[in-house]
Design a binder for this molecule. Structure first.
Ligand SMILES: [Zn+2]
Ligand SMILES: [Zn+2]
Ligand SMILES: [Zn+2]
Length: 351
């Protein structure tokens, strides 16, 4: 994620900021320019972009509950921004808990959309693609006979379900411990589930399945049985030699979704580091392109990306430990995983 600047006073501002703390200007994110802009009130609900006064915008309808800070062109008939217009079932906003959950979910969802926009990945909604467009349900748990039945996070043909209760730290941490996972976040869920959608759009629908199988194995393996096997018996003993996570070993589809999520984790975090002036140049990069900063969105290979990522992630983990926090990136990138990441790079870089 880039660090942005208020274009009225130059103050550095973050992706989720609503107001410049130095000059007080209202801020909004303009998806078509993939950046934060300072705004000045125009008429009624509309605003003018300070840097481009002829550009008139308004806030996404979800700004009303302070759930979203993205902008929509003033003339756009759609009330929601390009991220929120994909939502179908949203948390109940009658309660403060529901509003809080949705704020956290929305924040992670926009972070996902930042990556989709940066990579220019397809994200048709259900009007543009009624069968397989991208749509989100944020599901509440059900209570049956006094027992809580957790809603399921998952993907099916463009429909991504996210368990809303996982916006609460206690619930998500319980699930993480129960599943014996080293890492579990809302953003991770969004990136993983979107990986399944991207598989449909860029591999299945573009007849790229043969190339996929050469790297990830045969996805015609019975999916339900494979997951059951994973939950009953756990991952193979040496899973870390070939997979990014234990869950990735369950089925080639899960392996792809995990690698897609990690590709977004790595590129986004490298971009953040670069924004803050941290040295992230991969080995040998200076000699290849002396004057230009390494841009992780333009990596020429996964090896190049990983040679920048390993020292950075090791440093971040060490910083986390100094603060008594768990590692932020508790994963090992074995050579077969780097090969899979390179496949992801080619798939999403070639859109
Ligand atoms: Zn400012
Ligand atoms: Zn929105
Ligand atoms: Zn999955």
């Amino acid at each position: 994620m880039r660090l942005f600047a208020c274009d009225h006073c130059g103050q550095p501002v973050h992706f989720d900021n609503r107001q410049c703390i130095r000059c007080g200007h209202q801020l909004g994110f303009l998806p078509e320019l993939v950046a934060i802009y300072a705004l000045e009130a125009d008429d009624g609900q509309n605003w003018r972009v300070v840097a481009e006064p002829e550009r008139r915008v308004r806030f996404c309808a979800n700004a009303e509950l302070d759930i979203c800070n993205w902008l929509v062109a003033a003339g756009d008939p759609e009330p929601f921004c390009v991220a929120c217009r994909h939502n179908r079932l949203v948390p109940n906003t009658d309660t403060q808990q529901g509003v809080e959950r949705w704020r956290r979910i929305g924040q992670a969802q926009r972070h996902l959309f930042y990556s989709l926009l940066r990579w220019n990945l397809p994200h048709p909604d259900r009007r543009q693609d009624p069968q397989g467009g991208l749509v989100f349900d944020f599901l509440e748990d059900e209570v049956q006979g006094g027992n809580v039945v957790p809603a399921r996070t998952g993907h099916e043909e463009g429909l991504i379900a996210i368990r809303a209760a996982e916006a609460d730290d206690v619930t998500r941490e319980q699930a993480r411990t129960l599943m014996n996972e080293p890492y579990r976040t809302l953003l991770g869920h969004f990136r993983h589930e979107t990986g399944h959608f991207i598989w449909n759009k860029l591999i299945r629908d573009r007849n790229q399945v043969e190339a996929f199988r050469a790297v990830f194995g045969d996805e015609r393996l019975d999916y339900g049985a494979a997951l059951q096997q994973h939950y009953d018996h756990g991952p193979p003993l040496n899973w870390q030699d070939s997979f990014i996570s234990a869950y990735a070993s369950a089925h080639p589809w899960e392996d792809f979704a995990e690698c897609f999520a990690h590709y977004l984790h790595i590129v986004d975090t490298l971009e953040t580091a670069r924004s803050f002036g941290l040295a992230i140049d991969p080995l040998g990069y200076r000699e290849m392109a002396a004057e230009v900063d390494f841009n992780p969105y333009k990596a020429e290979s996964a090896e190049q990306l990983v040679s920048a990522w390993i020292p950075l992630s090791v440093a971040i983990n060490a910083i986390q430990r100094s603060m008594g926090q768990p590692d932020s990136y508790p994963f090992i990138l074995s050579p077969p995983v780097v090969t899979k990441l390179d496949y992801i790079r080619q798939v999403i870089g070639g859109v």
